[in-house]
Design a protein around this ligand. Structure first.
Ligand code: M6R
Length: 615
């Protein structure tokens, strides 16, 4: 986790680095710091708290000068969030500064070694060890900074994206990556460095994404020179043209990114299927699948690996693939899969789902699956992300940047891509008639409009949120395709309002959780007409008779649940497999409004970060 930004060029570095850090706060926000070089002095300012706290401190201390700067927003791994543990970190001489996203696992032994040679450490971080190791190598071996960084990194175990600056060589910044993302923006006589392209998108659309195990010397007046960290091989960098624009990453009049992203879902889903779903022709095109269709049609099984919300999308996909394409599907937490010696071979297709494309556990699961011969297909949102490059083939969700830590549009666009994949596979395997296939495409095409309709319940959902915002616990129930939606609804509430919530298959209640029910327990039940409706209605009766407060997510015009529930929130009708795309919407809005009413930081909930690049 953590976000890093750097600038070297002719402009003032401070506003660029500061704004860049604000855009990267989704990656961590417990402390922040910036180092600026003004041609004579190397000034570092850092503080516990948000980037805004850093801004206030830097402006109060008048540290804003310089055309070279590096900055960091932190999600603590080693050492509590405080001023001293914040980045950038200095070497003992005060000459070299570093920012780091990742973990140096063998930092303790390196620290011991450096301490025995007289180095001292102010912080508890692994990063301060790395910067001193670089200094030590530079002095001992009498090499330039780039070489010292390379030698030092070859002594480390762990993950990193780093930027290193030496006041004795003030025309360059050295960067390197292994396991954490790093992009270099290439401008006219200027360079930008960042964890993703958002900090420099208004300055340049040309970017180099370093691959794992690569480092680069970013020097004024020179081309970026990239080489392999391990063996010094030179690499010709691929300069990529970026497609995102600034508007896509700003709030656009909404109070929070999360709300903006909830409302973006109709257009995000259209972006997801545009050019892929040709309704009139009755075709689904998806290059990554078209090129490998036999891998899919011959697969004995599909295995889905993911974490968090992406794992919930995977669970929905399990129902969809099995229903449409009649292929067995297993869904695994990537963090469990990677450590349990799974049985997997070249007859398996593995689908890895990740919004960020950087989740460390998902990445490790992919590598394991590949090593066992499986074909791995990625479903990612962030273009050029590590997972999208590590997989054999894939499909982007094209949801646009998702900044709010709580995933919303990533979930529905993932389900959209996975639905298209399942339909395509069903057709290729001859498990769905053309008429049925065509009917499903038509239904999927109607989803954006229906989401817009579901969003119209926003004011009503605020009333429900107000009523239950002080509850200590919530239960979410669903069956079939909507069981994963219950899990997702509970996760959304937990992560942004800090209210304990659990998702359950509705019929499991009687096997234990029903004991929790009393008049203080709000129970959100997904009870759409398509999807075991009568069974769910019976489940509602069971909990109603134990005095629960019931909030029903129902199909427009529903009468039965309305007669039993305290509140109902309606969504339009659709085929059962696509109901999650609609029932999710009120759950997102409910959690959003509860969190806002409780005064929580919706976009940056405590203890979390948007992309989890550590184990
Ligand atoms: O970027 P990924 O989709 O791989 O992220 C996986 C999870 O960390 C993520 O979905 C997390 O659970 C979200 N905060 C949920 O809203």
């Amino acid at each position: 986790m953590c976000g890093i930004v750097g600038y070297i060029g002719h402009r003032d570095a401070y506003p660029i680095v500061l704004k860049g850090l604000q855009r990267l706060e989704y990656r961590g926000y417990d402390s922040a710091g910036i180092a600026l070089y003004d041609g004579a002095n190397l000034n570092v300012c850092k503080t516990k708290g948000k980037v805004l706290d850093l801004k206030n401190k830097m402006e109060a201390e008048n540290i804003t000068e310089g055309n070279i700067g590096i900055g960091h927003t932190r999600w603590a791994t080693h050492g509590v969030p405080n001023d001293v543990n914040s980045h950038p970190h200095y070497s003992n001489s005060g000459d070299i500064v570093i920012i780091h996203n990742g973990i140096i696992e063998n930092y303790a032994s390196l620290k011991q070694e450096l301490t025995s040679r007289g180095y001292t450490f102010e912080s508890d971080t692994d990063t301060e060890v790395l910067v001193n190791l670089i200094e030590d190598v530079k002095k001992k071996e009498n090499v330039k900074l780039g070489k010292a960084v390379q030698i030092a990194l070859n002594q480390t175990i762990g993950a990193y994206a780093i930027a290193v600056f030496d006041r004795n060589k003030p025309d360059e910044i050295i960067v390197a990556r292994l396991g954490s993302p790093l992009a270099i923006g290439v401008g006219e006589d200027e360079f930008f460095i960042a964890s993703d392209a958002s900090p420099f998108i208004e300055f340049t659309k040309s970017a180099i994404y370093l691959e794992d195990g690569e480092m680069a010397i970013v020097r004024l007046g020179r081309e970026v020179r990239v080489r392999k960290i391990q063996d010094d091989t030179m690499v010709v960098p691929y300069v990529q043209e970026l497609q995102m624009n600034l508007e896509q990453i700003e709030k656009g009049g909404y109070e929070h990114f999360m709300l903006k992203e909830i409302y973006e879902q109709p257009s995000a889903i259209v972006d997801t299927y545009r050019g892929r779903m040709l309704v009139d022709k009755g075709i689904v095109r998806m290059a990554g699948m078209d090129d490998n269709i036999e891998k899919f049609t011959n697969a004995k099984r599909i295995l889905i690996v993911a974490c968090g919300t992406s794992w919930h999308a995977g669970l929905v996909a399990e129902y969809i693939f099995e229903d449409f394409a009649r292929v067995p599907v297993e869904v695994e937490y990537a963090s469990e899969f990677r450590y349990r010696n799974p049985i997997i071979d070249e007859n398996d297709v593995v689908i890895a789902i990740s919004q960020s494309g950087e989740t460390a556990d998902t990445m490790a699961a992919i590598k394991l699956a590949k090593s066992k011969g499986a074909f791995v297909f990625g479903v990612c949102n962030v273009v050029g992300s590590s997972i999208s490059r590590e997989t054999h083939a894939g499909a982007y969700t094209h949801a646009g940047p998702e900044i709010g830590v709580a995933s919303t549009k990533a979930f529905t666009t993932q389900i959209t891509v996975l639905s298209l994949m399942a339909l395509k596979l069903a057709k290729a395997k001859g498990n769905m008639s053309h008429a049925d296939f065509h009917y499903h495409l038509q239904e999927l095409d109607l989803i954006p409009k229906k989401i817009k309709k579901a969003l119209e319940s926003n004011e009503h959902i605020k009333v429900v949120a107000k009523k239950y915002m002080n509850a200590a616990n919530f239960l979410y129930l669903g069956r079939g395709f909507n069981f994963p939606v219950a899990l997702e609804g509970a996760l959304k509430l937990k992560e942004i309002s800090y209210i304990h919530a659990e998702g359950y298959p509705a019929a499991e209640m009687k096997h234990g959780p029903i004991a929790l029910i009393d008049e203080n327990m709000p129970v959100v039940v997904i009870a759409t007409k398509k999807g075991h409706y009568e069974k769910v209605v019976s489940n509602i009766q069971e909990i109603k008779s134990r005095d629960a407060r019931i909030i029903g997510i129902v199909t427009e015009g529903d009468k039965d649940v309305r007669s039993m529930a305290d509140y109902v929130i309606e969504v339009p009708d659709t085929i059962e497999a696509f109901t999650p795309l609609l029932t999710t919407i009120p759950l997102q809005l409910l959690s959003y409004h509860v969190a806002v009413m409780l005064g929580k930081n919706v976009d940056q909930p405590r203890n979390l970060a948007k992309s989890v690049t550590v184990e």
